[in-house]
Design a protein around this ligand. Structure first.
Ligand SMILES: Nc1ncnc2c1ncn2[C@@H]1O[C@H](COP(=O)(O)OP(=O)(O)OP(=O)(O)O)[C@@H](O)[C@H]1O
Ligand SMILES: [Mg+2]
Length: 289
């Protein structure tokens, strides 16, 4: 498969059945689950544990927020659950498959077919217009005709309030607009599992609200499982479930109202704005710079 195809999260449809998850990972309604996840970084004296045995479950149709202090393991957990970072131990079940027992090829197909990723750094192709960023996903991934790809791309851009920006390249867009295009590109293929790491961190609240509303709609109306890492307590009311990690362990899990009753919810300190994920992941990087 060529680099651009990989990079866009595109590729051939699965031909062989994927590895079945063990029973524990196939609970009814659980679109995604992690069992006893452990992940360390470094070796010897520098070895430290980012995840110290985390178990979680997420249903289709829910928007889930993953919160917690800086360095608590949120991005690591998101990466492990989404098939981007292999855990030292534990298992991840997604749509009935045991993610980390798949071969590389099976895993790649699974990610291409079912998963979308949204990061703070946008990862847009500098040379393509907003419309083309979406069209290419449909043309390459689903073999859509140019006409169909344009129709669907324009529909999504319209939903994102970007109808009049479709002809602009990333260099001509604001941060909020770029993030909305990145979200459009992630959602245009109608993924079942959507993973977003601090998608609103670089945005003002108006743009941040638009982004979280769009993700919420995707969960509620399309039945996707959406998992969002955030530091922003203002996103809590939009969620169906909120989880908190502290020092690599799950310390809270509840509904927004339960979480909002807690006095310390506003104490999450936002990290400095960064471009892109800090973790070294198998995540596609733009090649057409
Ligand atoms: N590639 C890496 N190499 C070494 N240590 C890492 C690496 N990635 C993460 N860590 C460490 O793992 C721990 C959890 O990091 P992680 O990025 O998951 O935290 P986080 O909760 O997402 O933090 P933030 O809110 O600042 O983004 C931290 O102590 C971090 O230093
Ligand atoms: Mg992080």
């Amino acid at each position: 498969m060529c680099r651009l195809t990989r990079l866009l999260g595109l590729g051939p449809k699965p031909t062989a059945p994927l590895v079945q998850a063990p029973g524990i990972l196939r609970r009814e309604n659980a679109a995604l689950s992690g069992a006893d996840l452990i992940r360390s970084f470094g070796r010897g004296e520098t070895k430290s544990y980012a995840l110290k045995g985390v178990s979680v479950e997420f249903r289709k149709g829910d928007l889930n927020l993953l919160m917690g202090p800086s360095g608590s393991g949120k991005s690591t957990l998101l990466a492990v659950l989404s098939g981007l970072l292999r855990p030292d131990d534990g298992a991840v079940g997604a749509l009935g498959q045991d993610v980390w027992r798949m071969s590389e090829e099976q895993m790649e197909r699974f990610r291409l077919q079912h998963c979308s990723y949204i990061f703070q750094g946008y990862n847009l192709f500098p040379a393509l217009t907003a419309r083309e960023q979406l069209e290419i996903v449909l043309k390459w991934g689903e073999g859509c005709s140019a006409r169909e790809a344009r129709k669907r791309s324009d529909h999504v851009l319209g939903q994102l309030g970007l109808a009049n920006k479709a002809h602009l390249r990333p260099g001509q867009m604001s941060g909020g607009e770029k993030q909305r295009v990145a979200i459009g590109r992630a959602l245009v293929k109608n993924p079942t599992l959507v993973f977003a790491d601090e998608p609103t961190a670089a945005l003002d609240w108006e743009n941040g609200q638009q982004v979280i509303k769009l993700l919420t709609e995707n969960a509620r109306e399309r039945g996707a499982m959406v998992l969002v890492v955030t530091h922003d307590p203002r996103l809590v009311p939009f969620a169906d479930k909120v989880l908190e990690l502290t020092d690599g362990q799950l310390t809270q899990e509840g509904t927004p109202s339960e979480v909002l009753e807690r006095p310390d919810i506003h104490e999450f300190t936002p990290p400095p704005v960064r471009k892109g994920p800090r973790l070294r992941l198998h995540v596609p990087q733009p090649a057409m710079a």
